[in-house]
Ligand binder design. Structure first.
Ligand code: UD1
Length: 338
């Protein structure tokens, strides 16, 4: 079965392509390489022994998307990762985010709506919950007003898919709300490749450990948490990739109970920024240079998932601990710096 993975050269996309190929799917990747490189394909081949089809294509070019689906009419499912994801940049350039993340989603859904049967997996985020009132966060927690255009594109994306599925019987979709993805493939053939200064905690830590950054700034230690730093649910990227394959199979095998479903994908465990630093120090044997600075505007205090729905309905559970995921992130950082 042929599966289209948009953004398949990116961090989560490339790990998902590996899991799809390991499960016997034929994969075609579309990526515009705006935040990735074609070398990632070599890493995928090194792990799986198979080169996925790849087309460098910008999903904003509607006629090219139409042409792609004409040439690949045997695509039965789409996993849609391609999107811009920098929160700060989205505040500066909202239209870029609405065009990249919403415009392209509409084009894809239009194409899939014309098929008799299509399965669609959407890359959503726990950002839709904002600061949830209760922990752990279940899928029933209310969606809070978005803090940024980026967050808004995830909320709007979910609504657009839900509205489309309602009136398109052949279209089945699942939105996966990721918590905080981290780590790299255990082979160290693929991993996270942030361009410029990393915005996310784990790549900033590993780059500091590797000497690329002088010091990590810990954004605030006066939050109402046990040690005063923010708490997040760090999910290993390979576990997350596997959740996509399981969700896709659920749709392909018609096991879904509704034609639009939503699942949290996290570990169910919250870790503070200081605990993440401790994990790095433990697995690397290095002391991390960090200092406490002011809070980062827009950060929420605590977010960790209730994973009961994914565990019971999808039959998926995260397998890796924070230390194991951190070890893989550190191994990867050392490999790309060597
Ligand atoms: C961020 C995005 C979220 C997105 C997710 C994708 C924001 C406000 N939210 O989540 O919408 O879905 O990335 O991965 O940007 N931290 C530091 N020092 C740093 C970097 C981070 O102390 O240099 C802290 C943050 O304050 C936070 C935690 O580490 O408490 C995790 O931060 P980050 O990796 O940026 O993820 P989120 O903010 O949770």
């Amino acid at each position: 079965m042929k599966i289209l993975v948009t953004g398949g050269l990116g961090f989560i996309g490339s790990h998902t392509v590996v899991e799809l190929q390991n499960e016997g799917f034929d994969v075609v990747i579309i990526d515009d390489c705006s935040n990735s490189t074609e070398n990632v394909l070599d890493g995928i081949v090194a792990i799986t022994g198979k080169r996925p089809l790849f087309e460098k294509l910008d999903l904003k070019e509607k006629s090219k998307v139409e042409d792609f689906f004409k040439r690949h009419s045997d695509v039965v499912g789409v996993i849609h990762f391609a999107a811009s994801k920098a929160v700060g940049e989205s505040v500066e350039k909202p239209l870029l985010y609405y065009e990249n993340n919403i415009g392209t989603l509409v084009y894809l859904l239009k194409e899939l709506s014309q098929k008799n049967n299509a399965s669609f997996i959407f890359s959503s985020s726990c950002t839709v919950y904002g600061q949830a009132d209760q922990m752990p966060i279940t899928e029933d927690a209310p969606v809070k007003p978005a803090e940024s255009p980026y967050g808004n594109t995830k909320q709007m994306g979910e609504e657009i898919i839900a509205d489309t599925c309602k009136v398109t019987p052949g279209l089945n979709a699942i939105a996966l709300r990721y918590f905080n993805p981290m780590g790299a493939h255990p082979s160290t053939e693929i991993g996270e490749l942030p361009i410029g200064v990393p915005q996310n905690l784990v790549p900033f830590i590993t780059q500091t450990g590797a000497g690329l950054r002088e010091q990590l700034s810990v954004f605030g230690d006066d939050y109402p948490t046990e040690d005063g730093t923010c708490v997040r649910d760090y999910i290993y990227v390979v576990d997350l990739a596997k959740a996509h394959v399981i969700a896709l199979k659920r749709l392909l095998e018609n096991k879904n109970s509704d034609n639009y479903e939503v699942f949290n994908v996290g570990t169910g465990k919250g870790s503070s920024v200081l605990e993440v630093i401790q994990s790095f120090e433990k697995v690397s044997g290095k002391k991390l240079n960090y200092k406490i600075v002011d809070r980062r505007p827009g950060d929420i205090t605590t977010a960790y998932a209730d994973t009961t729905k994914a565990n019971e309905v999808l039959g998926w559970k995260s397998a890796y601990s924070l230390d194991e995921a951190m070890k893989s992130a550190w191994d990867w950082e050392q490999k790309i710096r060597s």
